[in-house]
Design a protein around this ligand. Structure first.
Ligand SMILES: C[S@@+](CC[C@H](N)C(=O)[O-])C[C@H]1O[C@@H](n2cnc3c(N)ncnc32)[C@H](O)[C@@H]1O
Length: 364
């Protein structure tokens, strides 16, 4: 099986694509999707925070809009629609789009980041007609007092729908709230006085990650005249570092629409040389497009620790690099990225090892 062969699962009589990755530990649906299906709130529903489309496609006749952040999730949702011969015409939205089409009941999978949860529920609160039903769910271990505070502020008639001891599923009603254009951006200064912008839910929202800092400090090559890819760019801080050091062209790519929105703002000073791509593991990158690839890969997917995405990124980096091109990669020491690199690259070495992080440089 290749990295991108689909993996199909059965759920409530239909067939679902899990993700594009054959060895992915992710499931197309989980106990929370089951609870949402069982407590579905109405005939016109917006699914906010959809993952791989199983909920929207399963309930396609009643789903009108879907807010989905992940490029991989969008692809899985399209494949599931085709495979199940579902001819749904959802409005597919990201957090960056206007949500003017959302004037329905809402099913909301609460993200771990409270700031993102607050923003999403507040937007629904501004748009949905008074009295709209809302069904909110999360795993109990992802539900904090901050989530509860948001619910207490914005929902009326809240009831707990106890379907499973490991889930928090609530239903309530929205009173229409005041409209505001506030987007909860955060920024900090790095690399001198460059402003690094991020939306909630984006990696290291509002602060410089320790691993990212190690990678920036370790980069000891000249970028002048070089084409660079920032793979899994998050708020775009690595891309900004090389744009500032004179790179010829920079591609910042990420699976998350929130991350790409953040990159676009961070990298606006270099918009003439930077391209921001919303794509799963850079799958829209052309082979041989880069002299240097920079990567601080994710190793957690939700709460699951997973190496499959690191492997997918290494494969992508190898494909994107020109002969003698370099991959610069950072990770926590215990993740043993050195072992993984040996599988995909002709040579690799540790360029820096400090504060629990290892920075590697690898050549094709
Ligand atoms: C550890 S963060 C690093 C972010 C940024 N490079 C930094 O150092 O601050 C990893 C990034 O990979 C992105 N990511 C996760 N899965 C991905 C995938 N399948 N394809 C592309 N990017 C992905 C995440 O959205 C996240 O922004």
């Amino acid at each position: 099986m290749s990295q991108h062969d689909p993996l199909w699962q059965r759920f409530r009589g239909r067939t679902w694509l899990t993700t594009g990755h054959s060895d992915s530990p992710l499931r197309a649906f989980d106990a929370l999707d089951e609870a949402f299906v069982d407590h579905w709130p109405g005939e016109r529903v917006a699914v906010v925070g959809e993952r791989f489309g199983s909920l929207a496609v399963h309930r396609w006749r009643q789903t009108k809009s879907v807010v989905i952040d992940s490029a991989c999730g969008r692809a899985a949702m399209n494949s599931a629609s085709t495979k199940n011969e579902v001819h749904a015409e959802f409005h597919i939205l990201s957090d960056l789009d206007p949500w003017t089409q959302i004037n329905d009941s809402i099913v909301l999978r609460a993200p771990q980041a409270v700031a993102l949860f607050r923003w999403r529920l507040a937007r629904a609160w501004q748009l949905a007609p008074t009295g709209s039903k809302v069904l909110i769910g999360a795993r109990k271990k992802d539900w904090s007092s901050g989530h509860q505070q948001v619910v207490d502020q914005l929902l009326n008639d809240v009831q707990t729908v106890d379907t499973n001891s490991r889930l928090r599923v609530l239903q309530g009603r929205l009173e229409r709230g005041e409209e505001t254009d506030d987007v909860p951006w955060r920024s900090y200064q790095a690399l001198g006085d460059t402003e690094i912008w991020s939306l909630p839910g984006v990696f290291a929202h509002g602060r410089l990650d320790g691993g990212t800092r190690q990678l920036i400090e370790a980069l000891d090559l000249s970028f002048a005249g070089r084409d660079v890819v920032d793979l899994g760019a998050g708020p775009g801080v690595l891309a900004a570092a090389v744009a500032e050091r004179g790179a010829k062209a920079v591609i910042a790519t990420d699976d998350s629409a929130l991350a790409i929105g953040s990159c676009e703002r961070t990298l606006a000073p270099w918009s003439d040389i930077v391209t921001c791509l919303h794509s799963d593991v850079g799958e829209t990158l052309e082979a041989g497009c880069a002299d240097v690839v920079l990567c601080n890969p994710p190793f957690h997917l939700g709460r699951a620790q997973s190496g499959h995405i690191v492997d997918a990124m290494l494969l992508c980096a190898r494909r994107a690099l020109r002969p003698r091109g370099q991959l610069w990669l950072v990770g926590n020491r215990h993740l043993d990225h050195g072992r993984r690199l040996k599988r995909f690259f002709a040579s690799s070495k540790v360029a820096r090892s400090e504060l629990g992080f290892e920075v590697f440089v690898a050549r094709r």
